[in-house]
Design a protein around this ligand. Structure first.
Ligand SMILES: NC(=O)c1ccc[n+]([C@@H]2O[C@H](COP(=O)([O-])OP(=O)(O)OC[C@H]3O[C@@H](n4cnc5c(N)ncnc54)[C@H](O)[C@@H]3O)[C@@H](O)[C@H]2O)c1
Ligand SMILES: O=C(O)[C@H](O)COP(=O)(O)O
Length: 524
């Protein structure tokens, strides 16, 4: 009998597929409840309240699946789950509409002072002049993160006559024009928007996306909304800019620490808040609970799950054969994604040599999952990679070729954006491991792992030395260095690897060097 622990408040009706499952027993208790025998639990169902940490995994040796009844998995240590072979599933689209509607409601309430006016009338006051608001009509809404929720919010805002300007590094102009929004840089949105709302996942990259520097680029009188995750807008910086009158107000549904307790932003009348209610509608809760309950049941019935975040659906035997290429494909995808920081329209993958004996479609999906890692919040894996690409308007092509460029096997990938194309090739060499052997027209040879710096530069005497000196001056030890060039004195590339992450100050110094054309920090 499988023991399923429902640790957060999950809609009971949605749990029906599990309640009806004769091989399972449902326990509705917190993970901290002393009555729960954590060591016997097979499946864990959570929302955002329960933190599923490495420490918790250690206490749950029988755990096989964690299901998140919602989108954000930032409360789950997915790497720790993967290491332990625990599958993680979520419900990516069940609460999209509810969250977009909540964000819209917060925006309208903020612009018309509704919470403040409501409280005032209930205090037996009648201060009509104090609560004069602003129309949404004609205002520019800046959306940072144009995924599912950003897109639904844009549609609603356009219906209210707003101009919508968006920043999402992975959005193509073609898709933006289909959605009727203006595809812009972060700075353009910051400079022009009257209201700015964030809808990215919380990742290392988006933490503090709106910080003091970003706030100082905004118009005086700008409004901010955060119905995504606490921390995307730096709360201290926001408090400073509300305090000095630059930011006219903010509406927040999420906080860096939840519940936030004594909170500096609460002292401002022009900050309105809700307790993480974005997904709290009957419809969304029924949707997400049903989705995850079905997924968990499918998993226990040995059927493929569709919103799995971290594990492939295949027999152990086949997985062992494909594993080295699976790793190579993922690293190629992730390297490619970090080398080309713009919206991609097309990804073409060509397999050649011995790898063609294997299930190449699975490798294509692995490559895409590497590509989407850090770009979107749904931890794309082999199960949902193609669908995700389709949803993002990316055409994916796969073919087999007899040309393996002299290697025993080769995976060659070309990504096309609106302005350019980028090709990367990798191979797996027995007893040696995965290698990237071609990068954007240059032959090269490096191990795709760790902290890397990809530098495009001019092949001039002293460039390598100057790079080495700057890194040395910042006490940064170069572990390996590979160089490639097409002709003497022409364009060249360098791939450096480091034992530990390199700091921004050193990267900025390197960027100042004359002969450096461009630089990408790659974390694999
Ligand atoms: N308040 C709530 O109750 C609630 C409910 C649902 C989701 N959320 C939060 O909202 C987030 C977004 O949800 P979604 O379903 O729209 O996710 P999504 O994955 O569909 O969209 C996220 C978008 O952010 C973009 N992005 C990633 N990094 C970026 C960056 N640095 N700058 C700009 N854009 C970037 C991605 O390209 C993607 O299009 C979730 O991650 C979750 O944390 C909150
Ligand atoms: O990421 C999500 O799905 C939302 O933040 C909802 O979180 P909740 O399930 O705790 O309401």
């Amino acid at each position: 009998m499988y023991q399923i622990l429902v640790a957060d408040a999950i809609n009971a009706e949605g749990l029906q597929p599990l309640l009806e499952y004769k091989d399972a027993v449902i326990i509705e208790k917190k993970v901290t409840d002393p009555e729960v025998e954590l060591e016997k639990i097979d499946a864990l169902l959570v929302r955002s309240a329960t933190k599923v940490t490495e420490e918790l995994f250690e206490k749950m040796p029988q755990l096989k699946i964690v299901a998140r009844a919602g989108v954000g998995v930032d409360n789950i240590d997915v790497n720790a789950a993967t290491k332990r072979g625990v599958i993680v599933v979520n419900a990516p689209d069940g609460n999209t509409i509810s969250t977009a509607e909540h964000t819209f409601a917060m925006m309208a309430a903020l612009m018309r002072n509704i919470p403040q006016a409501h409280q005032s009338v209930k205090n037996l006051e009648w201060k009509r002049n104090e609560f004069v608001g602003n129309e949404l009509y004609g205002k520019t809404l800046g959306i940072l993160g144009m995924g599912r929720i950003g897109t639904e919010l844009a549609k609603r805002s356009k219906a209210f006559g707003m101009n919508v300007q968006v920043f999402d590094p992975f959005l193509t102009n073609e898709r933006a024009s289909k959605l009727g929004v203006q595809n812009s840089s972060l700075d353009e949105v910051l400079e022009h928007a009257d209201i700015i709302t964030v809808h990215t996942p919380l990742t290392a990259e988006t933490k503090g996306l709106i910080n003091e520097k970003a706030l100082s680029k905004t118009k005086k009188g700008v409004y901010f909304l955060n119905c995504a995750r606490g921390g995307i807008i730096d709360e201290d910086a926001l408090a400073t800019f509300i305090g000095n009158g630059h930011v006219a107000g903010a509406a927040l549904d999420v906080f860096e620490v939840e519940p936030p307790g004594e909170y500096p932003l609460f002292k401002f009348d022009n900050v309105i808040v809700t307790p993480h209610l974005g997904a709290s509608t009957r419809e969304a809760q029924l949707n997400v609970a049903t989705q995850v309950a079905k997924e968990v049941r499918m998993f226990f019935e040995d059927k493929p799950v569709s919103n799995s975040i971290n594990l492939p659906a295949m027999s152990k035997d086949i997985f062992e054969r494909i594993r080295p290429f699976h790793y190579l494909a993922k690293q190629i995808g992730s390297t490619l994604s970090q080398c080309i920081n713009e919206g991609i329209q097309e990804i073409s993958i060509t397999f050649s040599g011995s790898v063609t004996d294997l299930e190449t479609t699975y490798l294509t999906k692995a490559l895409l999952s590497g590509f989407f890692k850090n770009r979107i919040d749904i931890y794309v894996n082999e199960v949902n990679a193609l669908l995700t690409a389709k949803e993002r308007g990316i055409t994916v092509g796969e073919k087999i070729s007899t040309n393996s460029f002299g290697y025993a096997n080769c995976i060659s990938v070309t990504a096309k954006s609106e302005t350019r194309q980028f090709t990367i090739r990798g191979t797996f060499i027995d007893h040696y491991g995965p290698r990237i052997v071609y990068l954007n027209d240059f032959n090269i040879d490096f191990y795709p792992e760790g902290n890397l710096l990809y530098i495009q530069h001019m092949d001039r005497p002293g460039v390598i030395g100057r790079v080495g000196k700057i890194l040395g001056d910042h006490s940064i030890n170069i572990a390996t260095m590979q160089v490639g060039r097409k002709q003497v004195g022409g364009e060249a590339i360098m791939i450096l690897s480091f034992d530990k992450p390199i700091d921004d100050i050193a990267v900025n110094k390197l960027n100042e060097l004359d002969d450096i054309v461009s630089m990408n920090h790659i974390l694999l």
